[in-house]
Design a binder for this molecule. Structure first.
Ligand code: ZN
Ligand code: ZN
Length: 141
């Protein structure tokens, strides 16, 4: 089975260096990003649909460029072998997606958990065939 957020759309953009902050709803998880950031990709796969309640919109960074200010309520769910979804075990926010075997040392970060403005753009949709029947897949400019 393909890794849901691991498609080629989707390399980290080495020229888009940003400083961003993010948190879960209760702020038991708070983090900073300082480094190259990928633009946002929407994933409609069944796992993202179930875990988010709709679809996932995620950016991506190298793990070396992600630093936690607080991770006391962060927990991980192994959704596929060696693939983990990070979430807050207090407030339930969906926060991260990580393939431990990824060659790029990347971690996908749920874009809605970033503090706005992010100055990111949405650049694509993946696994649209898994979108639910109520769901209108947004067009990408
Ligand atoms: Zn929380
Ligand atoms: Zn997905």
């Amino acid at each position: 089975m393909a890794d849901p957020l691991d498609s080629d759309l989707i390399a980290i953009d080495p020229n888009q260096v940003m400083q961003l902050t993010g948190s879960c709803l209760c702020e038991g998880v708070k983090y900073k990003i300082d480094g190259p950031v990928r633009n946002v990709v929407n994933c409609f796969c069944e796992q993202c649909r179930k875990t988010s309640g709709h679809h996932v919109a995620a950016t991506k960074v190298n793990k070396d460029h992600l630093a936690f200010e607080n991770d006391e309520t962060l927990d991980w769910y192994e959704c596929l072998p060696s693939v983990y979804r990070g979430f807050c075990k207090t407030c339930g926010s969906s926060l991260f997606w990580e393939n431990k075997n990824a060659a790029d040392n990347g971690i996908a970060i749920m874009a809605g958990a970033l503090d706005a403005p992010t100055n990111l753009k949405t650049i694509g949709n993946i696994f649209t065939e898994d979108a639910s029947d109520y769901c209108k897949v947004p067009s990408i400019e």
